[in-house]
Design a protein around this ligand. Structure first.
Ligand SMILES: [Zn+2]
Length: 221
């Protein structure tokens, strides 16, 4: 099965949001006036469209996202559920999952998008277009730019667990020579891998995605 959030994930979040159960307590303090996040109030709900993969077909699913407001200074901050990445329609599971399939293995982009069991690419409902290998290339590049987010997440992990070996482990990782032709792309792949490995550990340590905790610091393009 290709990596994706499920319709159940999205429905469950919609129900939580309708019951007013989305809380800000996991967010960092207000970046403007430093008030602790548990004081934030709900400011608005905005309906967002997500793309999930069901039986190898890309489908849209809608879900409201919450914006909180800081009572101290009026700054509003977004809250991203576990399946969302700022400014992206595909879910976190798809973006990080396909990127990881490429970066952490010998796969080509084509092989990274191809489902091994189905021997096909996730397609769009019109039957003509599929999820393009170039989309995964773009996600890898986008993730690789989140260097500051990765660093903040590493700092939080090391504060929580000062003997964590993650920084040493990351320093030892090397990019396969077949993956790049330029030093720039090599750095890009390294940075993407660092983010993905940090995200995996972050989820274990905090039971949260980096994108939920640090969305406010994410400039994802
Ligand atoms: Zn504030």
């Amino acid at each position: 099965m290709p990596p994706t959030a499920t319709i159940q994930d999205i429905k469950a979040y919609r129900e939580k949001s309708e019951k007013g159960e989305i809380t800000p307590h996991n967010l960092p303090p207000c970046p403007r006036c430093n008030i602790e996040a548990h004081h934030f109030k709900i400011h608005a709900y905005r309906e967002r469209r997500f793309l999930i993969i069901v039986d190898m077909v890309v489908q849209a699913a809608h879900c409201p996202l919450v914006r909180f407001i800081c009572p101290g200074c009026g700054k509003t901050v977004p809250f991203y559920p576990d399946f969302a990445i700022p400014h992206k329609h595909y879910t976190r599971q798809s973006i990080t999952g396909f990127a990881e399939k490429y970066v952490a293995s010998g796969a080509t982009y084509q092989q990274a998008v191809m489902d091994k069991d189905e021997k096909s690419l996730p397609g769009y409902p019109d039957g003509e277009k599929t999820l393009a290998p170039s989309t995964v290339h773009r996600w890898v590049t986008g993730l690789s730019r989140l260097v500051n987010t990765t660093q903040k997440a590493l700092d939080l992990i090391c504060q929580e667990n000062p003997i964590s070996s993650i920084c040493r482990d990351l320093a030892q990782w090397v990019v396969s020579r077949s993956k790049y032709r330029t030093e720039g792309r090599k750095t890009c792949l390294l940075n993407c891998f660092r983010l993905l490995a940090t995200e995996a550990l972050f989820k274990i340590v905090f039971n949260l995605s980096i994108f939920t905790k640090l969305a406010i610091n994410c400039v994802f393009t």
